[in-house]
Design a protein around this ligand. Structure first.
Ligand code: SAM
Length: 212
Protein backbone atom coordinates (compact mmCIF):
# COMPACT_ATOMS: atom_id res chain seq x y z
CA UNK A 1 0.00 0.00 0.00
CA UNK A 2 1.22 3.54 -0.71
CA UNK A 3 1.40 5.10 2.74
CA UNK A 4 1.60 8.63 1.45
CA UNK A 5 -1.85 8.25 -0.12
CA UNK A 6 -4.03 9.06 2.87
CA UNK A 7 -7.06 8.57 0.71
CA UNK A 8 -10.75 8.04 1.20
CA UNK A 9 -10.11 4.32 0.65
CA UNK A 10 -7.79 4.31 3.61
CA UNK A 11 -10.23 6.07 5.92
CA UNK A 12 -13.01 3.75 4.82
CA UNK A 13 -10.84 0.73 5.60
CA UNK A 14 -9.78 1.93 9.04
CA UNK A 15 -13.34 2.98 9.88
CA UNK A 16 -14.56 -0.55 9.10
CA UNK A 17 -11.71 -1.96 11.19
CA UNK A 18 -12.58 0.38 14.08
CA UNK A 19 -16.27 -0.59 13.97
CA UNK A 20 -15.35 -4.27 13.88
CA UNK A 21 -13.12 -4.09 16.95
CA UNK A 22 -15.36 -1.71 18.87
CA UNK A 23 -18.07 -4.35 18.52
CA UNK A 24 -15.91 -6.69 20.62
CA UNK A 25 -14.33 -4.65 23.39
CA UNK A 26 -12.58 -6.63 26.12
CA UNK A 27 -12.53 -6.02 29.82
CA UNK A 28 -15.08 -3.21 29.90
CA UNK A 29 -17.47 -5.41 31.89
CA UNK A 30 -16.61 -8.14 34.38
CA UNK A 31 -13.33 -8.84 36.12
CA UNK A 32 -10.79 -8.84 33.29
CA UNK A 33 -10.19 -5.09 33.43
CA UNK A 34 -6.45 -5.63 33.08
CA UNK A 35 -7.04 -6.53 29.47
CA UNK A 36 -9.24 -3.61 28.52
CA UNK A 37 -9.05 -2.65 24.87
CA UNK A 38 -8.67 0.81 23.39
CA UNK A 39 -11.69 2.37 21.72
CA UNK A 40 -10.73 2.37 18.07
CA UNK A 41 -12.95 5.30 17.07
CA UNK A 42 -11.14 7.34 19.68
CA UNK A 43 -7.84 6.23 18.21
CA UNK A 44 -8.91 7.33 14.74
CA UNK A 45 -9.40 10.84 16.10
CA UNK A 46 -6.02 10.57 17.81
CA UNK A 47 -4.43 9.56 14.51
CA UNK A 48 -6.00 12.52 12.69
CA UNK A 49 -4.54 14.89 15.31
CA UNK A 50 -1.12 13.27 15.14
CA UNK A 51 -1.06 13.40 11.34
CA UNK A 52 -2.15 17.04 11.39
CA UNK A 53 0.58 18.11 13.79
CA UNK A 54 3.25 15.98 12.10
CA UNK A 55 3.89 13.59 14.97
CA UNK A 56 3.00 10.74 12.61
CA UNK A 57 4.78 10.56 9.29
CA UNK A 58 3.42 7.46 7.52
CA UNK A 59 6.69 7.02 5.66
CA UNK A 60 8.87 7.15 8.76
CA UNK A 61 7.06 6.59 12.03
CA UNK A 62 7.74 3.46 14.07
CA UNK A 63 4.98 2.58 16.54
CA UNK A 64 5.22 0.15 19.47
CA UNK A 65 2.30 -0.99 21.63
CA UNK A 66 3.62 -2.09 25.04
CA UNK A 67 1.04 -4.73 25.94
CA UNK A 68 -0.70 -5.18 22.60
CA UNK A 69 -3.53 -7.51 23.62
CA UNK A 70 -5.10 -9.07 20.53
CA UNK A 71 -3.15 -6.66 18.31
CA UNK A 72 -6.04 -4.38 17.37
CA UNK A 73 -4.22 -1.09 18.00
CA UNK A 74 -1.22 -2.30 16.01
CA UNK A 75 -3.43 -3.35 13.12
CA UNK A 76 -4.99 0.11 13.00
CA UNK A 77 -1.67 1.92 13.36
CA UNK A 78 -0.08 -0.19 10.61
CA UNK A 79 -2.05 1.88 8.09
CA UNK A 80 -0.41 5.07 9.30
CA UNK A 81 3.09 4.02 10.24
CA UNK A 82 6.18 2.57 8.61
CA UNK A 83 6.30 -0.13 11.29
CA UNK A 84 3.63 -1.14 13.75
CA UNK A 85 4.89 -3.49 16.45
CA UNK A 86 3.22 -5.02 19.49
CA UNK A 87 4.45 -7.05 22.43
CA UNK A 88 2.00 -9.11 24.51
CA UNK A 89 2.93 -10.95 27.68
CA UNK A 90 0.05 -13.40 28.11
CA UNK A 91 0.23 -16.42 25.80
CA UNK A 92 -3.54 -16.87 25.58
CA UNK A 93 -4.12 -13.22 24.68
CA UNK A 94 -1.29 -13.27 22.17
CA UNK A 95 -2.89 -16.35 20.54
CA UNK A 96 -6.08 -14.35 20.01
CA UNK A 97 -4.17 -12.18 17.57
CA UNK A 98 -4.10 -15.02 15.01
CA UNK A 99 -7.87 -15.54 15.23
CA UNK A 100 -8.52 -11.78 14.98
CA UNK A 101 -6.09 -11.59 12.09
CA UNK A 102 -7.96 -14.27 10.13
CA UNK A 103 -11.27 -12.48 10.74
CA UNK A 104 -9.82 -9.11 9.78
CA UNK A 105 -8.20 -10.46 6.61
CA UNK A 106 -11.58 -11.89 5.60
CA UNK A 107 -13.37 -8.63 6.38
CA UNK A 108 -10.83 -6.61 4.41
CA UNK A 109 -10.96 -8.98 1.44
CA UNK A 110 -14.29 -7.41 0.57
CA UNK A 111 -12.82 -4.51 -1.36
CA UNK A 112 -10.94 -2.83 1.48
CA UNK A 113 -7.21 -2.17 1.81
CA UNK A 114 -5.36 -5.22 3.16
CA UNK A 115 -3.00 -5.14 6.10
CA UNK A 116 0.62 -4.72 5.05
CA UNK A 117 3.68 -6.65 6.13
CA UNK A 118 4.82 -3.76 8.34
CA UNK A 119 2.95 -5.33 11.26
CA UNK A 120 4.71 -7.46 13.86
CA UNK A 121 3.15 -8.84 17.05
CA UNK A 122 5.32 -10.78 19.46
CA UNK A 123 4.76 -12.80 22.60
CA UNK A 124 6.98 -11.54 25.43
CA UNK A 125 7.55 -9.17 28.31
CA UNK A 126 7.75 -5.62 27.02
CA UNK A 127 10.07 -4.78 29.92
CA UNK A 128 12.58 -7.48 29.10
CA UNK A 129 15.76 -6.88 27.09
CA UNK A 130 15.45 -10.33 25.50
CA UNK A 131 12.08 -9.31 24.04
CA UNK A 132 13.60 -6.11 22.66
CA UNK A 133 16.38 -8.15 21.07
CA UNK A 134 13.77 -10.49 19.56
CA UNK A 135 11.89 -7.53 18.09
CA UNK A 136 15.14 -6.23 16.65
CA UNK A 137 16.12 -9.57 15.15
CA UNK A 138 12.79 -9.76 13.29
CA UNK A 139 12.21 -6.14 12.31
CA UNK A 140 15.62 -4.48 12.61
CA UNK A 141 13.96 -2.03 15.03
CA UNK A 142 15.51 -1.39 18.43
CA UNK A 143 13.89 0.61 21.24
CA UNK A 144 15.93 3.60 20.13
CA UNK A 145 14.31 3.46 16.68
CA UNK A 146 10.76 3.68 18.04
CA UNK A 147 9.04 7.05 17.54
CA UNK A 148 5.77 6.43 19.40
CA UNK A 149 5.36 4.14 22.40
CA UNK A 150 1.82 3.33 23.42
CA UNK A 151 0.14 1.79 26.43
CA UNK A 152 -3.41 1.47 27.68
CA UNK A 153 -2.58 2.48 31.26
CA UNK A 154 -0.99 -0.92 32.02
CA UNK A 155 2.35 -0.37 33.76
CA UNK A 156 2.37 3.19 32.43
CA UNK A 157 4.77 4.42 35.11
CA UNK A 158 7.03 1.36 34.89
CA UNK A 159 7.22 1.71 31.12
CA UNK A 160 7.99 5.43 31.48
CA UNK A 161 10.88 4.53 33.75
CA UNK A 162 12.23 2.03 31.23
CA UNK A 163 11.81 4.42 28.31
CA UNK A 164 13.61 7.18 30.15
CA UNK A 165 16.65 4.89 30.26
CA UNK A 166 16.38 3.15 26.89
CA UNK A 167 14.36 5.13 24.36
CA UNK A 168 15.54 7.86 22.06
CA UNK A 169 15.22 11.44 23.36
CA UNK A 170 12.48 13.10 21.36
CA UNK A 171 10.41 9.94 21.11
CA UNK A 172 6.75 10.14 22.08
CA UNK A 173 4.91 8.25 24.79
CA UNK A 174 1.16 7.99 24.33
CA UNK A 175 -0.93 6.82 27.27
CA UNK A 176 -4.57 5.84 26.88
CA UNK A 177 -7.07 5.82 29.70
CA UNK A 178 -6.64 8.84 31.98
CA UNK A 179 -9.62 11.14 32.12
CA UNK A 180 -8.86 14.10 34.33
CA UNK A 181 -5.72 13.94 36.42
CA UNK A 182 -2.64 13.17 34.38
CA UNK A 183 0.53 11.71 35.82
CA UNK A 184 3.93 13.28 35.25
CA UNK A 185 6.89 11.08 34.41
CA UNK A 186 10.52 11.91 35.18
CA UNK A 187 12.33 12.90 32.01
CA UNK A 188 9.15 13.47 29.98
CA UNK A 189 7.27 16.61 29.00
CA UNK A 190 3.50 16.47 28.76
CA UNK A 191 2.94 17.77 25.22
CA UNK A 192 -0.79 17.33 24.83
CA UNK A 193 -3.14 16.29 27.66
CA UNK A 194 -5.97 15.46 25.26
CA UNK A 195 -5.01 14.11 21.85
CA UNK A 196 -8.08 13.29 19.80
CA UNK A 197 -10.46 15.34 21.94
CA UNK A 198 -12.01 12.52 24.00
CA UNK A 199 -10.17 13.23 27.26
CA UNK A 200 -8.65 9.76 27.09
CA UNK A 201 -5.25 9.99 25.46
CA UNK A 202 -2.25 12.00 26.64
CA UNK A 203 0.94 12.54 24.69
CA UNK A 204 4.34 12.90 26.36
CA UNK A 205 7.77 13.44 24.87
CA UNK A 206 11.08 12.16 26.17
CA UNK A 207 13.36 15.09 26.95
CA UNK A 208 16.89 15.42 25.70
CA UNK A 209 19.45 14.40 28.25
CA UNK A 210 21.09 17.49 29.73
CA UNK A 211 24.71 16.97 30.70
CA UNK A 212 25.53 18.75 33.98
C1 SAM B 1 -5.24 -2.97 28.90
S1 SAM B 1 -4.65 -4.19 27.75
C2 SAM B 1 -4.42 -3.19 26.30
C3 SAM B 1 -4.43 -3.98 25.00
C4 SAM B 1 -4.20 -3.11 23.75
N1 SAM B 1 -2.98 -2.37 23.84
C5 SAM B 1 -5.33 -2.15 23.54
O1 SAM B 1 -5.14 -0.96 23.83
O2 SAM B 1 -6.40 -2.58 23.10
C6 SAM B 1 -3.00 -4.41 28.36
C7 SAM B 1 -2.29 -5.63 27.86
O3 SAM B 1 -0.93 -5.59 28.31
C8 SAM B 1 -0.52 -6.91 28.60
N2 SAM B 1 0.68 -6.82 29.47
C9 SAM B 1 0.74 -6.61 30.81
N3 SAM B 1 2.03 -6.57 31.24
C10 SAM B 1 2.81 -6.74 30.14
C11 SAM B 1 4.21 -6.79 29.92
N4 SAM B 1 5.09 -6.65 30.92
N5 SAM B 1 4.65 -7.00 28.66
C12 SAM B 1 3.79 -7.14 27.63
N6 SAM B 1 2.43 -7.11 27.77
C13 SAM B 1 1.95 -6.90 29.01
C14 SAM B 1 -1.75 -7.55 29.23
O4 SAM B 1 -1.69 -8.95 29.16
C15 SAM B 1 -2.87 -6.96 28.35
O5 SAM B 1 -3.16 -7.78 27.25
Amino acid sequence: MQKSRLSEDLWETVSVLARYFDGMKCGHVGSDGYRKTSDMRVLLDVVRDLLNCGVIDPDKTVFLDLGSGDGRVCMLMSYFCKWSIGVELEDFIYEEYFQRRREVDLLLSQGLLPLGNNLCILNGDALNDDTHRQVESITGISLRDVDIFYTYITLHDVYADMLQKKANPGSFYMVYGFSAILPRYDGFTLLNPDVGGHRLVALYRLNSKVKL
